[in-house]
Design a binder for this molecule. Sequence first.
Ligand SMILES: NC(=O)c1ccc[n+]([C@@H]2O[C@H](COP(=O)([O-])OP(=O)(O)OC[C@H]3O[C@@H](n4cnc5c(N)ncnc54)[C@H](OP(=O)(O)O)[C@@H]3O)[C@@H](O)[C@H]2O)c1
Length: 295
Amino acid sequence: MRVLILGCGYVGIALGRHLQAQGHEVFGLRRSVAGAAELASHGLPSLLGDVTDPSSLDALPRDFDWVANTVSSSRGDAEVYRQVYQQGTRHVLQWLRQTRCHRYVYTSSTSVYGQTDGSVVTEDAPTEPTSETAQVLVATERDLQAAAATLPLAIGIFRVTGLYGPQRGHLYHQLLRGEARLQGDGSRLINMIHRDDAAAALASFLTGSTAKGGCRVYNATDDAPVTQREFFTWLSHRLNLPFPGPASAADGTLSKRGQTQKRVSNQRLRTELAWIPRYPTFREGYETLISGPQS
Ligand SMILES: NC(=O)c1ccc[n+]([C@@H]2O[C@H](COP(=O)([O-])OP(=O)(O)OC[C@H]3O[C@@H](n4cnc5c(N)ncnc54)[C@H](OP(=O)(O)O)[C@@H]3O)[C@@H](O)[C@H]2O)c1
C-alpha cells in the first residue's frame, strides 16, 4: 500500500519504519527541509506541507491508500490546538475527499477524559474535560465522527497516553537530572505507552481486517497505570538514584495544572485489533531503555 504520515515525528517515524518493514511504500510529511532531512536519516521519503495550510495539502499527490495524522501542536495553547488539530483535521478531511484513501488514523489524547475519581476509563466513558486544550480535542474527534458518515473510509481515532521511549519520558529525564519531585503523596496515576507500541497500535488498524468503514475510537496505553510513587520507586532502585523529594509551592515545583486521576483501559485495542504490547508496563519499557542501545 502507499501510505502518507502527516506530521511524521516521534510516533510517525516509528509507524513509518514499522510499515516499511512490512513492505509498504511510506512517505512522511513535515513542514520544513530540516524535518525532511530527519526523515531521510531514518530512510523515509518525505513531502513538505502544513495541515494548517490547505493549499499545501492540495499540492500533494493523491494516490495514497492509507493516511495517518500524527501531527502534534508541540504543547501550544488552546488557540494553537484549534489551528493544528481542529482546523488541520478539517483541511485533511477536505483533502482526503479527493484521494483514494480508504483507511485513516488520527492520534488524539486521553486528556479528553476529565475523570478525577481514579476510575477505569474505557472508550465509552464520558469525555468532559475541563481544560480548554482537551476540549478542542473532543471537538476534533466529533468532526471526525461526523465526517466518517459521509466519507468512504474507515477512521481510527487513537487516544494516546503519555509517550515514552528513546529520548522521551519527561519524569524519567527529570529523575536522571535530579530534578524530579513527588507531587503530594505520590498517588497521582500515570498512564503511559512506549512509542513503538503506540506505532504498532496505529499499524494494527491500517493493516488489519477489522476496519470496514465508519469511525472507531481506541485507547492506546499499556496494561498497567501506576502511581507516581510506584514509578519513582522502581526507577530510583533500578538506577540507584535517590527517591525524589516532595514538590513545594515555595520552589515552584508543585504542579499548578488541574489534574485528572484515571486508569485508562486498553481492552478494546487488545480484543478488536489483536494488539499485544511489547512493553506491557513501564518496567519492561524502561528496562530496555536503560540496558539496551538507544534508537
Ligand atoms: N507526547 C505525548 O505524550 C502524547 C500524548 C498523547 C497524545 N499525543 C499525540 O500523539 C501524536 C504524536 O506525537 P509525537 O510525540 O510523535 O509528536 P511530535 O514528535 O511532535 O511529531 C509531530 C510532528 O508534527 C509536525 N508538525 C507540527 N505541526 C505541523 C503542521 N501544522 N503540519 C504538518 N506537520 C506538523 C512536526 O514536524 P515539523 O515541525 O518538522 O513540521 C512534528 O515532527 C500527536 O498527535 C500528539 O498530540 C502525544
